[in-house]
Design a protein around this ligand. Structure first.
Ligand code: NOJ
Length: 563
């Protein structure tokens, strides 16, 4: 036991009976890469159902599923052709219901993805718009415009697609349509009452089936500035929220992002969810900054949570992380919302690889052959340290499938196997996101590492992954999996999710040290070991702690005496 000098609280504890989404650990399942029951090499809903006990054993509270809806898969399902159908790749609506029932029986909540900024080009509305022609009511549900130039040969404005190239595509009849992402993802016109009504109905469709909430894709992009004015900035999902941007307030501020009008949509959706029992939740995928702008999405009558990409985007740098943590609490607390924490997802290089780069924590848009290869051991060591830091913080935390195994990205995928539209639209300048989407390794000595009964995997797994398979780590003291599992158990038993945060004094610049309830978290981001307080009891550590010190690039949780 130890006691410490502490500074004033950065964040006060919340009520012990706070809603689940204020403190939940939410595990992201990327369905095509989680577990394949059918044997076609692509994960599916039946595969998820079969593996739900893994998530219970791991100790998470909820699951977020990336899209499994009917889709031509031009952007791995983020191009939805029918919001009320399951794509046959993933199964059927009955499979969905079975998965949801099983999850609820096991005590897991389930959040599904909602993609309202754009549809697939195969959605009936877009097909009708193509058919109906220029000036039709059908075209008014999307953002069709005449081009500029003498014969309309130039796009209506200079916006770029986030995946590269122009954000406009011209049809044979001469009109252009806007797509902030791929040309197969036309942007909807959110000024149109039918669009608003349709999505409220889609929400109800899934709420009626029993989902616990929605992760809202591109939540900052649905409303555009009237007139769609030119903008010389660079739109990006990945850039625009790194630590410098957070500090100087620049980034995704174009006329396609973070317009005041989006908030009315979320107020309406809040009311839809409030009609249902059971604390349903909306989480914003909104790459906006500074954090004070993000807080506007989680005002009391809007969404419940927003992803904290400022945290994900911060380098392996203690002062920078401390200031993001402080700003996160200050801004979320100002509107009574929980903070969220996230280090990896299906859009970014996994943190075990980012933290192994020379510029630790920087975020290339994918890593491939010929690019700087991360130091796998150092990246994993830091990733475990970063995770223990994150899980010690009060609020809600997101885990991305496979990070509990310490998986690195596939950083040497042959380019000819890539599928991410960002790779193709940038002519390969961006390697894209396939490297973080590789099918999970469950069993070290089965074909396809146990992902599928046939051994098929839609992307190849790196040769190093056998050692990361779940069965190689389960029950092995000190494995990444066992560290995640025991840390999640401690987070729950010490009620850290609803706890408070007070910085602990007396550590150097390279250290982030704080107390949350009766736990002292010491994250040493430097190379020099940091002495532990005398008599300290170690509860958890990201590496083996032998002496009385926290080694470099490691995090330790200690039992602290409470008054
Ligand atoms: C964000 C999603 O996370 C990403 O995977 C997708 O490509 C874009 N939105 C477009 O829907």
């Amino acid at each position: 036991m130890t006691s410490l000098d502490i500074r004033p609280a950065v964040h006060a504890p919340s009520a012990p009976d706070a809603e689940w989404w204020r403190h939940a650990v939410i595990y992201q399942v990327y369905p095509r890469s989680f577990a394949d029951a059918s044997g076609d090499g692509i994960g599916d809903l039946a595969g998820i159902t079969a593996r739900l006990p893994h998530l219970v054993e791991l100790g998470v509270d909820a699951v977020w599923l990336s899209p499994f809806y009917l889709s031509p898969q031009a952007d791995a399902g983020y191009d939805v052709a029918d919001y009320r159908q399951v794509d046959p790749l993933f199964g059927t609506l009955d499979d969905f219901d079975a998965m949801l029932t099983r999850a609820h029986d096991l005590g897991l909540r389930v959040i599904v993805d909602l993609v309202p900024n754009h549809t697939s080009d195969e959605h009936v509305w877009f097909q009708a718009a193509l058919e109906a022609g220029i000036g039709s009511a059908e075209r008014d549900r999307y953002l069709f415009r005449e081009g500029r130039g003498e014969s309309g040969e130039l796009p209506p404005n200079n916006w770029e697609s986030i995946f590269g190239g122009p954000a406009w595509t011209r049809l044979a009849d001469g009109q252009w349509y806007l797509h902030l992402f791929d040309s197969r993802q036309p942007d909807l016109n959110w000024e149109h009452p039918e669009v608003r009504a349709e999505f409220e109905d889609v929400l109800r469709f899934w709420l009626d089936r029993g989902v616990d909430g929605f992760r809202v894709d591109v939540a900052h992009g649905m409303v555009k500035e009237p007139g769609l004015p030119d903008w010389d900035g660079h739109v990006s999902m990945i850039e625009g929220t790194d630590d410098e941007d957070v500090a100087n307030g620049s980034g995704n501020h174009g006329p396609m992002f973070d317009q005041d009008g989006v908030h009315e949509i979320y107020r309406a959706w809040h009311r839809v969810l409030a009609d249902y029992a059971g604390d349903r939740a909306l989480v914003a995928e909104a790459w906006v900054e500074p954090l004070s702008r993000l807080a506007r999405y989680v005002r009391p009558d809007e969404m419940q949570q927003a992803f904290n990409f400022a945290f994900l985007a911060t380098r392996w740098d203690a002062p920078a992380l401390r200031s993001v943590i402080e700003a996160s609490y200050a801004t979320a607390d100002s509107v009574g919302a929980p903070t969220t924490w996230v280090l990896s997802n299906h859009d970014v290089v996994r943190h075990a690889s980012r933290l192994g780069l020379a510029d630790a924590g920087s975020r290339p848009n994918g890593i491939g052959v010929g690019d700087e290869q991360p130091d796998e051991a150092l990246g994993l060591r830091r990733a475990r340290g970063a995770t223990l830091l994150m899980l010690g913080l009060p609020g809600s935390a997101y885990l991305y499938q496979g990070e509990e195994l310490g998986l690195p990205d596939h950083t040497a995928l042959p380019d000819e196997l890539r599928q991410d539209p960002a790779f193709f639209r940038t002519g390969g300048v961006e390697r894209g996101r396939d490297g973080c989407r590789v099918p999970l390794p469950w069993s070290s000595d089965e074909p396809g590492l146990g992902f599928s009964p046939t051994g098929l995997t839609w992307l190849p797994q790196p040769s190093s992954w056998a050692a990361y398979a779940l069965d190689a780590q389960r029950g092995v003291a000190g494995s990444t999996y066992e560290i995640y599992r025991s840390t999640l158990g401690l987070r729950r038993s010490h009620e850290l999710g609803t706890g408070g945060l007070e910085w602990a004094d007396g550590y150097g610049d390279d250290v982030i040290a704080f107390t949350n309830r009766d736990v002292l978290v010491v994250a040493n981001l430097g190379a020099t070991p940091v002495p532990l307080p005398v008599g300290a009891t170690v509860l958890a550590s990201s590496v083996e702690v032998t002496g009385h010190e926290v080694p470099g690039d490691a995090t330790v949780w200690l039992q602290v005496q409470t008054a």
